[in-house]
Design a protein around this ligand. Structure first.
Ligand code: PBG
Length: 336
């Protein structure tokens, strides 16, 4: 008789596998039962761009469905997010006036400070997260103070700390520094604590790469650097050990949530972050990732809902706890 390494010899002599993973793919119920990862509406944070003025709602041409909103419309958008069960909004301010040190970033009457106060007053039960950075507020478009063409690290830390305190005073629930200066988490933590904001969490853009995927955001926020690029502070996309270093530093300095950005091309970094971090991991599914899906689905080349849900599930599988995404309102709808 013919001997098989495994399997049962049949009359036809076809090799029969003993173990068949397809058994558990046979129907929808069984597939749903053994699903390992799930996207929940509670995982989502929705970014919103706020401009000065009233009754402004300008669609961002490279991000269909996403708008620059004046505060009145932004309030409606925050309400929508809350009604759909999304956990938080991430606010970006686009001021009318910019200067060399980004005064608008930490001013008491700055666009974000006014917006946070209004949102906290009018919408309950949704987290207001604020991006801490200077690039939307500086005339040169860099994330820090510039001197002789260099972005100065330590001088910028002071501005970031001031911005964090002003957001905290306005009522922000979480602050999220995105500038990539060295030592910023420690200096922001210290400043918050000195002002009695012990309980305010910091979500750090820990591994933020210098990325072509931010293109549409820079159109949206009018924050394209006027000279050079951001490579002297944002990370090189080739590096992963360096991401671990950045994440370890932020954990040591007191970050409460660690973020990897962008998301899709960096799922290996998310997986590694999950291994070394005892704190939650966020992934930022950035503007260019959104625009690619939108463009392909408008052309009928891919199915938008299936593609987005596959990306989100992939992020969860990689180890993401919190997903920041412009698709948030759609995902909330699809999950229902
Ligand atoms: C500000 C900031 C940027 C993004 C978030 N915060 C732009 C940048 O670093 O150039 C990008 C978000 C996106 O592309 O969706 N520093």
């Amino acid at each position: 008789m013919k001997k098989f390494v495994f399997g049962t010899p049949m009359k036809s002599e076809i090799l029969r596998p003993i173990f068949r993973p397809r058994r558990l793919r046979n129907n929808k119920i069984i597939r749903e039962m053994i699903r390992e990862n799930h996207v929940r509406v509670q995982d989502l944070i929705y970014p919103i761009f706020i401009v000065e003025g009233n009754n402004v709602k300008e669609e961002i041409s490279s991000m269909p469905g996403i708008y620059r909103l004046s505060l009145d419309h932004a309030l409606e958008e925050v309400n929508k997010a809350k009604e759909s069960g999304i956990s938080g909004v991430l606010l970006f301010g686009i001021p009318n006036e910019k200067d060399s040190v980004g005064t608008g970033a930490y001013h008491d009457e700055g666009i974000i400070q006014r917006s946070v106060r209004a949102i906290k007053k009018q919408v309950k039960d949704i987290l207001v997260v604020t991006d801490i950075c200077n690039c939307e507020y500086t005339d040169h478009g860099h994330c820090g103070i510039v001197h002789n063409g260099n972005v100065l690290n330590d001088e910028t830390l002071e501005l970031l700390a001031k911005t964090a305190i002003s957001h905290a005073q306005a009522g922000a629930d979480i602050v999220a520094p995105s500038d990539m200066m060295d030592g910023r988490i420690a200096s922001i933590r210290q400043a918050l604590d000195q002002n009695n904001f012990y309980d305010l969490p910091i979500m750090s853009y820990s591994a933020k790469y210098s990325s072509a995927f931010y293109g549409p955001f820079r159109e949206a926020a009018q924050s394209t650097p006027q000279f050079g690029d951001r490579k002297s502070y944002q990370m090189d996309s080739a590096n992963s050990r360096e991401a671990i270093l950045e994440i370890s530093l932020d954990l040591d300095e007191g970050a409460d949530i660690i973020m990897v950005k962008p998301a899709m091309a960096y799922m290996d970094i998310i997986a590694k972050a999950k291994e070394i971090s005892d704190r939650p991991i966020a992934a930022y599914n950035v503007s260019g990732e959104y625009s690619m899906v939108k463009a392909a689905s408008f052309n009928g080349w891919i199915d938008e809902e299936k593609t987005v849900m596959e990306i989100m599930t992939g992020l969860k599988r990689a180890g993401t706890d919190i997903i920041i995404t412009y698709h948030a309102l759609d995902i909330a709808k699809w999950l229902k």
